[in-house]
Write a protein that binds this ligand. Structure first.
Ligand SMILES: Cc1ncc(COP(=O)(O)O)c(C=O)c1O
Length: 381
């Protein structure tokens, strides 16, 4: 039998590769983006409660009503923007599903989608599987990954269907500003270009910065799918619960895909999250919590030969290793896992042509002991 692969160039993601290597080498795993500490016991108690209560059958396709309502309430409280819980909020199986459903819902054969690289690895395959073409705008560390909106504008053609933005940003830890949103609005106003805001690190933002969600700008909001994830906010990446906010016409299209993709998301977990979200402190405390983690990690590598700019958001810190070695970042990430037992992600994997700027990404969503041990080993290089 011959199978013609629809994704001939897709291998195993770097996150799986590095996590497996870390396990094989018994290394400290600062590669894949997940916490090595547990979520709130209140949350597991709530899931337990709803499991025992028999909430074990299919949830409604769009998500249970109490969860959609509290998500809409939270967005209204934080940003003063109203989404209709029935028509404009959809619970998904992680942000990955929300992203895939949003892309599939709107990308037709021959459409172009602008990606700002380095970028999260699920976007391009979803675009290509739907017959679209990724068009890249390359951001570089020399420029602190700032977006030149004139370059973005220059990439727009009559085939441009969508632009995907991610803030706070994985892997660079940068965040969009109000000025970025205004410039983007000037570009897309009077066009049919749609937007995806990948905002899974919404609450992981530091030094008093505000999260400039695309939904805070009316011109952007009316054409945006905003994708969120409880996995990142509440230390439950393994539960895969996310959501998508979008105006009704966009939500209708997203739901048509979501219906055939997963149909619905785990019921008891949705009820538990709906209750947990009633306490705003559960997410309002997250920026300080992760800022302390970032500062701890940076304190642990302060005597190392890495250079860096503090991450502004996300739970990733990028470091430049040019003063240590000339090796390419992929080889170095593999070697450090084997030799000093610290796993990281080479940032070249987030570029479609694997640009090597000698940067490694470390995930600091780890307990202090792990960060200290990693810092000790990295400081000896
Ligand atoms: C930028 C970005 N978007 C989306 C996701 C996926 O989120 P989820 O685990 O909710 O599917 C991740 C996970 O690492 C991410 O970093």
């Amino acid at each position: 039998m011959t199978i013609t692969s629809k994704q001939p160039n897709t291998g195993t993601t770097i996150f799986t590769v590095m996590s497996k290597l870390a396990a094989d080498c018994n290394a400290l795993n600062l590669s894949q983006g997940f916490p090595n500490f547990d979520c709130s016991p209140k949350l597991t108690d709530l899931v337990h409660h709803y499991l025992k209560k028999g909430m074990n059958q299919y949830a409604p396709m769009t998500g249970i009503q109490p969860l959609r309502e509290i998500i809409a309430q939270k967005v209204s409280d934080l940003y003063g923007v109203n989404y209709h819980p029935e028509r404009e909020v959809t619970v998904t199986t992680g942000a990955t599903e929300a992203l895939y459903a949003a892309i599939s819902a709107v990308v037709h054969q021959g459409d172009e989608v602008i990606l700002l690289e380095p970028n999260y690895d699920s976007y391009a395959p979803a675009i290509v599987l739907n017959g679209g073409t990724p068009v890249y705008v390359t951001l570089t560390p020399e420029n602190e990954y700032r977006i030149d909106w004139q370059v973005v504008k220059s990439k727009i053609t009559e085939r441009t269907k969508l632009i995907i933005l991610n803030t706070p940003h994985n892997p660079t830890g940068t965040v969009l500003t109000e000025n970025d949103l205004n410039q983007l609005a000037d570009i897309v106003r009077d066009t049919n270009i749609l937007l995806i805001g990948d905002e899974v690190y919404e609450h992981i933002i530091f030094d008093g910065r505000q999260h400039w969600s695309l939904l805070r700008n009316e011109t952007l909001r009316e054409r945006s799918f905003i994708c969120g994830s409880f996995g990142k906010t509440f230390h439950i990446t393994g539960w895969k619960v996310g959501y998508c906010l979008a105006p009704k016409e966009l939500s209708d299209e997203l739901r048509k895909v979501h219906q055939w993709l997963t149909f619905s998301t785990m019921t008891p977990v949705q009820y538990a999250l709906a209750d947990f979200l009633k306490e705003p402190d559960h997410y309002l405390s997250i920026p300080a919590f992760y800022q302390a983690k970032r500062d701890k990690f940076l304190a642990c590598i302060k005597d190392s030969r890495f250079s860096y700019t503090h991450a502004h958001g996300s739970f990733f810190q990028c470091v430049n290793y040019q003063q240590i070695t000339e090796e390419n970042d992929y080889d170095l990430a593999i070697r450090l896992t084997h030799e000093i037992g610290v796993a990281s992600i080479p940032v070249s994997v987030f570029y479609h042509q694997k640009n090597d700027y000698k940067i490694l990404r470390f995930c600091f969503a780890k307990d202090d002991e792990t960060l200290e041990k990693a810092g000790e080993r990295l400081s000896k290089l």
